[in-house]
Design a protein around this ligand. Structure first.
Ligand code: HEC
Length: 362
């Protein structure tokens, strides 16, 4: 199943390329892939294939179990930095990561809302990319394009080209820093070397109406995933407050111009976008949000000069942000407590104390 470029293949290919180019092409400084990076790539690829295998692109149960596993004790999650960059591979194949527009994510937001939208077959390649000074782990992947609209963190179809790339994705790239072994950057692409993993039935979504958050016919806030649906227990007593308090915060952010820049269509063309447009996205950024407003670094004007809000606006914005942060922390603590309580319960199918205990070896 698994595949990787071995050291020997790389140098062989480079030598062949140099020969083909008549000796003109200088061989790229190649760095062997150290065992720790090989092992990490193999482990991540194996877990992804195990927990997020190919399934129908509308299989909500497969999405849920993939998400629960990645959000739990996964190797991928354990190797995310405090801020992860994520986005499409640049349309320009020559563009470096630095020249590529990407979005900043808190690791728990990305692992819960973005990574599980992909399915994997376990095949990957890992190589050192000298221009980036990072290892690239290139995984074959497919995208769950036929989930319900509320399962996507925002309507990717606000932009046809973006939705097209997501729908036809055939690769998922992880850029691994050589010193920390953290995944600094993750990207999706529809231009990986491999074929599509399965046939794609394109979905024509309803025209985007400009709302990043909406209420469905049943009165539920959507996208449901951005209200921790499927991540937090339905009994979590803080869910309703999170919804209401985010809406208060969103009003203040609109008042203070934040929403004219920090939204997925990226009106300000930020090269490292920060999203504040849903409860989950704002929860991931809430500490930075409060800090940057307190220090008068945000908002910015059209020339990207910071300016201080009026004392009134600043007070209301900070008040609603701090209230929201309190509830985010309480909701997380409640979940952690519930998980601990569950793990203390004996599994229902297992008698607690029997005379004999069998060692189960795996
Ligand atoms: C004119 C566009 C614009 C507006 C309006 C704006 N921002 Fe920003 N924001 C930016 C840019 C650009 C950056 C990236 C700055 C950088 O790191 O270079 C940024 C970064 C941030 C960050 C990450 C900061 C960090 O510590 O790295 C947060 C949080 C943030 N903004 C919150 C806000 C809030 C809250 C508001 C409203 C009070 C706001 N922004 C208004 C453009 C804007």
């Amino acid at each position: 199943m698994k595949m990787r470029i071995s050291r020997r293949t790389v140098s062989g290919l480079l030598a062949a390329a140099a020969l083909l180019a008549g000796g003109l092409a200088r061989p790229q400084p190649s760095q062997p892939v150290p065992p720790a990076v090989e092992a990490l790539a193999a482990k991540i690829a194996g877990e992804l294939a195990q927990h997020c295998p190919l399934a129908d692109a509308n299989d909500a149960a497969a999405f849920d179990s993939c998400r629960a596993m990645l959000y739990g004790d996964s190797t991928l999650r354990a190797h995310l930095p405090p801020v992860l960059l994520w986005g499409r591979q640049s349309a320009n194949p020559q563009a470096t990561l630095r020249q590529t527009n990407l979005t900043q994510f808190a690791p728990d937001v990305w692992i819960a809302l973005y990574a599980p939208l992909f399915m994997f077959n376990g095949r990957y390649q890992v190589e050192w990319v000298p221009a980036e000074k990072q290892f690239a782990v290139r995984l074959e992947a497919a995208f769950r394009n036929r989930l319900a609209p509320g399962q996507f963190p925002y309507p990717f179809w606000h932009d046809d080209s973006k939705w097209g790339t997501y729908q036809n994705a055939n690769g998922f790239l992880l850029w691994v820093h050589p010193a920390t072994l953290k995944v600094q950057v993750a990207q999706l692409t529809d231009r990986a070397q491999n074929a599509l993993l399965q046939a794609v039935t394109p979905v024509q979504q309803a025209k985007f109406d400009g709302k990043w958050l909406w209420t469905d016919a049943a009165g539920r806030t959507q996208p449901a995933v951005t209200l921790f649906d499927g991540l937090y227990r339905a009994e979590n007593p803080y869910l309703r407050d999170l919804d209401r308090q985010y809406r208060d915060l969103a009003l203040q952010m609109r008042e203070s111009q934040c929403t004219s820049c920090h939204v997925p269509n990226n009106p300000d063309k930020m090269s490292r976008l920060v999203l504040l447009s849903t409860p989950a996205h704002a929860a991931g950024e809430i500490d930075r949000l409060i800090k940057s407003v307190k220090e008068d670094r945000m908002p910015m004007d059209e020339y990207r000069n910071s300016y201080a809000l009026s004392p009134e606006d600043k007070k209301w914005l900070l008040e609603s942000a701090e209230t929201f942060r309190g509830t985010v922390q309480a909701a997380r603590a409640w979940e952690a407590q519930a998980t601990r309580a569950e793990s203390r319960l004996p599994a229902p199918w297992q008698p607690v104390a029997t005379g004999q205990r069998k060692e189960v070896s795996q």
